[in-house]
Design a protein around this ligand. Structure first.
Ligand code: ZN
Length: 152
């Protein structure tokens, strides 16, 4: 890595990378998708247990950089119990947060909660792909196109 990531490595990111939440294969998953970010080498599997259009449980495994692992960890925490449309809304807001230099409404920031710590990646375009890989993978599950997702 040629740039300085210190500003990005906030406490929450470091913590979620070291001790990712909901990490591990889910044996009784109803939906599975794989995501791959060739730029960085991040690879993950996302496992969902769904009930109609609700996400009852979610986990992930794989290997990747701190940003991709922390982002997936934070995402799984944010998704449990959400409906597909709520999850898609969080995805849209999160995508805005990490790609656009705009201030989001307070209510949106409240919805995003801890996901907001990843806002710093917008300064690093290649890191945006790391932070959004898990979300693109989720999107493919919700859309029903469960193939390998590449950020390219
Ligand atoms: Zn990465």
């Amino acid at each position: 890595m040629t740039f300085d990531l210190r500003d990005l490595y906030q406490e929450v990111i470091v913590d979620h990378n070291r001790n990712p939440k909901n990490f591990g294969k889910m044996e009784n998953a109803t939906r599975v998708a794989e995501g791959y970010n060739p730029l960085c080498g991040d690879k993950l599997h996302l496992y969902l247990k769904t009930d109609n259009d609700r996400i009852d449980d979610v986990s992930f495994d794989g290997t990747g950089c701190a940003i991709s692992v922390a982002s997936a960890s934070l995402m799984t925490e944010a998704l449990k119990g959400k409906t597909f449309s709520e999850a898609e809304q969080i995805f849209r807001d999160f995508h805005k947060l990490v790609t656009q230099d705009v201030s989001l409404q307070d209510s949106t920031m409240q919805q995003l909660g801890k996901l907001a710590v990843l806002a710093g990646v917008r300064e690093f375009p290649t890191r945006v792909k790391c932070a959004t890989l898990c979300w693109h993978t989720l999107h493919s599950i919700l859309e029903g196109t469960e193939t390998t997702v590449s950020t390219e």
